[in-house]
Design a protein. Sequence first.
Length: 475
Amino acid sequence: MADINYTDKIPNNVNLSEDRTLQRALEHWQPNYLEWWNDMGPNGSGQHDVYLRTATSTAPDGWANFGHVKMPDYRWGIFLAQAQEQRKVGFGDEKGRDVWQEVPGEHRANLRRIIVTQGDTEPASVEQQRHLGTTAPSQYDLRNLFQINVEEGRHLWAMVYLLQKHFGRDGREEAEALLERRSGDADNPRILGAFNEETPDWLAFYMFTYFTDRDGKFQLAALAESAFDPLSRTTRFMLTEEAHHMFVGESGVSRVIVRTCEVMKATGIEDPAELRKHGVIDLPTLQRYLNFHYSVTIDLFGADQSSNAAIFYSSGLKGRYEESKRDDDHILKGGSYKILEAKDGALVEKEVPMLNALNEVLRDDYIRDSGAGVGRWQRVIDKAGINFKLSVPHKAFNRHIGSFANIRVSPAGQVLSEAEWAVNVDQWLATESDRAYVASLMGRVVETGKYANWIAPPPIGINKQAADFEYVRFN
Ligand SMILES: [Fe+2]
Ligand SMILES: [Fe+2]
């Protein structure tokens, strides 16, 4: 890589061509990244020409350049959102002071941990999704999968840039370790639970991109408030890409519902078992998938009471969602927040210090935001005149982190005995047979403009392309 033109090969706005130290670090890391992509990226896709969006600058016309690209040739770039003049720390003990361009020694370990934890989720999701290409319901969907995969790859670059630029030798070691952990690996797994789950089928993929990429949105939004300005700027740019991932999830689930309702109307069938004979995904199964992905995702926000969360906030490392839009003192000492805990077989509110409850605050913001899309899915069902209510489970349902980890709670929020849970769990979480049924629908549809039977076509193409546009050339 010694004589490459950095601006061409690695689009960036971090002055890479002048930064020898960073070049040397990237020269070492980039071949390992490509090896990881070839081993763990989308299966058997190296020769496809894929209609992808590539960011070449952060200007409004620069971040969405569309064209057919082979994914190993995708130009993974390094972008920071535009610097804000005179930006000040917006919260915590240093509120009002200048933001930091370098990492303060006393916050180094915590910042590195935050960046590594975020960075780890990016390649993890690529690994989780690597087999989906072989069962894509259309070229359109295949292209969207690949778009998400290359952008999660770029998000890894974004975090690796911070590690290599600002954390010296241990940053470089962490950057290598990000390529070594593997989703679901028994010996060297990814850091967070939801990123070690499988994404075995396309319904799971849409649920993942709706719910779990939305966790990404909230984490990135909280980091965009950071006093460490390079972290703030890189996460602000990542957020522009994240929106498409959630769109793929929301519209994907919506198209599944459209198709199911269509068949329900045409046949007059409501019974799930009968409906399955028509090759569509019954709504109770969709609800069980939703329950699973939602509950696994809200675990990602961490324990409901956390002294780390308090430290991260007070020291200016990680803010709240939309910090600047809140009208409080942005220091939060002495404040309190109501969390839930189980007491004598019921869930009761308990007031705890606000600073310690910031994971819960972010989780509650997420819960409000993710419910909106579920409401839009419901409207599709209502509009079709089908009598079925989708719902978001109670936040204590199926939790493995925090104070609900050791209790059983129904989707409606009722505390249960182990026996009551065992009798009902198959109605609440996708079963082996649900997953086997959904898997049985997953045939590969590759003809231009064609869609699998279980999903409706999208109302509009990517970048407004026509319905018969060739999104992927298989070569
Ligand atoms: Fe991401
Ligand atoms: Fe994402």
